[in-house]
Ligand binder design. Structure first.
Ligand code: HEC
Ligand code: HEC
Ligand code: HEC
Ligand code: HEC
Length: 219
């Protein structure tokens, strides 16, 4: 088919924008807080502390798959977290994705504990979330989605239709609570570990004017 000039121009423009946005998407982990290339403990690697291309353990926690090709050691199964519901061990306190994050952020496992090494450099400062989760936004707690919806929360679609760096990942996570599969808020619900959201604090949605909070909470 013959394209009119404006249509051809538009196509060329769209193609150019796609190429540009692909390039910037690739660049996002570099320069983010998860850019470990200049950290001494990370062997100058940007993916390796978290992923490995070969011989990875498949991370499946209570039947739910988490990070693929995961390379970093996880908190011990017996690790206890203080939650709003009391002290719970790892798999009862956290969904499988939050467990991946806590392999660095709870401070019980070294940052350089990957690829078979045990490591000895621990996270400090603001990055240290610790094991007391009662001062953090709840994770691993049942969210009232998809049913029943309550007036306290926007419908799940409001949250999931936000523009994410990668919409496939902007999801509530599944977790077994008292043997029942439920949708829960995870660290990876609000944060995108590669910074592809392009927002401060590796957030999936910019939190100016509390937009992130309003996406779920109807207040
Ligand atoms: C700080 C840890 C961390 C680093 C560094 C990291 N990732 Fe990831 N990655 C994750 C986590 C956690 C997930 C699962 C997150 C989810 O699905 O919400 C993931 C998922 C993925 C996935 C599958 C889901 C998707 O987003 O497509 C790919 C592919 C991936 N990472 C590639 C990379 C590459 C390539 C690098 C290096 C440039 C990298 N990652 C660096 C933590 C990391
Ligand atoms: C391999 C270890 C590792 C893993 C796994 C990891 N992080 Fe991090 N994260 C770090 C380090 C190191 C920093 C930088 C801390 C600092 O600068 O003090 C950081 C920083 C952050 C920050 C601060 C961002 C900023 O701009 O200040 C957030 C948010 C964060 N991580 C969330 C997550 C989430 C969510 C996950 C799981 C999806 C995760 N991290 C998994 C090591 C890790
Ligand atoms: C409900 C959304 C939400 C969830 C869930 C969440 N975070 Fe955050 N996180 C934020 C926001 C917003 C910020 C920006 C700083 C702030 O407001 O305190 C942040 C900041 C951070 C920081 C940087 C702290 C600083 O002061 O530099 C780290 C590290 C972090 N989060 C890790 C995690 C980890 C690990 C989890 C899971 C245990 C998690 N977050 C769960 C929303 C969330
Ligand atoms: C992905 C959806 C989602 C996002 C985004 C979100 N929340 Fe929540 N929030 C929840 C859920 C689910 C609960 C748990 C409700 C329950 O236990 O009844 C909760 C609980 C809370 C609570 C009650 C904690 C307690 O002590 O019981 C507060 C306060 C709160 N959120 C504030 C925030 C703030 C501030 C933000 C923005 C930084 C935010 N939320 C973003 C889903 C979300």
């Amino acid at each position: 088919m013959f394209l009119s000039r404006p249509a051809a121009l538009r196509r060329a423009l769209i193609a150019a924008i796609l190429v540009l946005s692909a390039a910037s998407a690739r660049a996002q982990i570099l320069g983010s807080a998860h850019d470990f290339t200049s950290a001494g403990w990370a062997q100058s690697q940007s993916c390796l502390p978290c992923h490995t291309p070969h011989n990875a353990a498949r991370i499946e926690i209570e039947g739910f798959e988490a990070g693929r090709l995961w390379n970093h050691n996880l908190p011990a199964l017996s690790q206890v977290y203080t939650t709003y519901e009391g002290d719970l061990s790892r798999n009862d306190a956290l969904d499988s994705y939050s467990i991946l994050c806590m392999g660095c952020h709870d401070g019980t496992v070294a940052l350089d504990s990957f690829g078979g090494d045990l490591g000895n450099t621990f996270i400090t400062g603001n990055g240290l979330v610790g094991t007391d989760l009662t001062q953090q936004h709840p994770v691993g707690v049942s969210a009232p989605w998809p049913e029943p919806e309550t007036p306290e929360f926007n419908p799940r679609s409001t949250w999931e239709n936000q523009t994410f760096g990668n919409s496939r990942m902007g999801r509530l996570r599944l977790m077994l609570i008292d043997g029942i599969e439920r949708s829960v808020v995870s660290c990876a619900t609000c944060h995108e570990p590669h910074g592809r959201g392009g927002h401060d604090y590796l957030l999936r949605i910019d939190n100016t004017d509390s937009q992130l909070c309003f996406a779920c909470h109807a207040k």
